[in-house]
Design a binder for this molecule. Structure first.
Ligand SMILES: C[S@@+](CC[C@H](N)C(=O)[O-])C[C@H]1O[C@@H](n2cnc3c(N)ncnc32)[C@H](O)[C@@H]1O
Length: 182
C-alpha cells in the first residue's frame, strides 16, 4: 500500500515538473531519432570544438554525437543544458555510463539567462544545437550574442530569425538550419 502511495506521489511530482511553465518553458520533444545521422553530420564535429545543446532534453543529440566523436578520436567537448530537473537527472546518469564521459558536461541552467563563462573555453570554437520553439529564439540568441562573438548554430526544424538567412539547410524528416556568426 505504502509503495503505491509513494509511486503516486512520484508520478504527480513528475507531471507537475513537465507541465510547469517555469520548470519546462519549452515543452520536451526529442529531436526525431530518424534524423540523428544528419543532425550529427550537421554538427561538423572537430577537434577544439564545444557543442552545446541548449535545452538538451534526455541528451539524445549530445550522447550520440559524443559517441561519434569518441569513435573518430576527436577531443570535442559536449555540454547539455537543461532546466527540467527530471531530464537533468536522466542526462547525469547517462553521462556516467558513456565511454566519452570526460568530454561531456551536464549543466542545470536556464538557456535564456545563463552565463556561459564557466562552461565554455574561449580558445575553442562554439556550436549551439537548438531545438526550441520559434518564439523562444529571440531571447535565447540575445543571451548568446551578449556573451559570445563567434559561434555556429545548428537548429532543428525551426529557422533562427534573429540570425538572418541560414548559410546552409539540410533536408531530413525535418529541416536543419545552419548559421555561422562569422
Ligand atoms: C524540444 S526539447 C529538445 C530536446 C533536445 N534538444 C533534443 O533535440 O532532443 C526542448 C528542451 O528544452 C528544455 N528547456 C525548456 N526551457 C528551457 C530553459 N529556459 N533552459 C534550459 N532548458 C530548457 C525542455 O525541458 C526540453 O527538454
Amino acid at each position: 500500500m505504502l509503495f503505491y502511495v509513494f509511486l503516486a506521489i512520484i508520478i504527480i511530482i513528475i507531471i507537475f515538473i513537465f507541465s510547469s511553465p517555469r520548470l519546462s518553458p519549452v515543452p520536451y520533444f526529442p529531436s526525431n531519432a530518424k534524423d540523428i545521422d544528419i543532425i550529427i553530420e550537421s554538427l561538423s564535429l572537430s577537434n577544439g570544438q564545444t557543442v552545446i545543446d541548449l535545452g538538451a532534453g534526455d541528451g539524445l543529440v549530445i550522447f550520440e554525437a559524443a559517441e561519434m566523436a569518441e569513435r573518430k578520436g576527436l577531443d570535442t567537448e559536449f555540454v547539455g543544458v537543461e532546466i527540467n530537473p527530471v531530464l537533468f537527472a536522466i542526462m547525469s546518469i547517462r553521462r556516467l555510463i558513456n565511454r566519452n564521459r570526460d568530454n561531456i558536461h551536464i549543466v542545470f541552467g536556464d538557456m535564456f539567462t545563463m552565463n556561459f563563462d564557466k562552461i565554455l573555453d574561449p580558445k575553442k570554437s562554439t556550436l549551439f544545437y537548438l531545438y526550441i520553439s520559434p518564439w523562444h529564439m529571440e531571447k535565447t540568441i540575445q543571451n548568446v550574442k551578449r556573451q559570445i562573438q563567434r559561434f555556429t548554430v545548428v537548429s532543428y526544424m525551426y529557422e533562427v530569425k534573429p540570425l538572418g538567412k541560414s548559410q546552409k539547410q539540410v533536408e531530413g524528416l525535418n529541416r536543419i538550419f545552419i548559421y555561422k556568426s562569422f
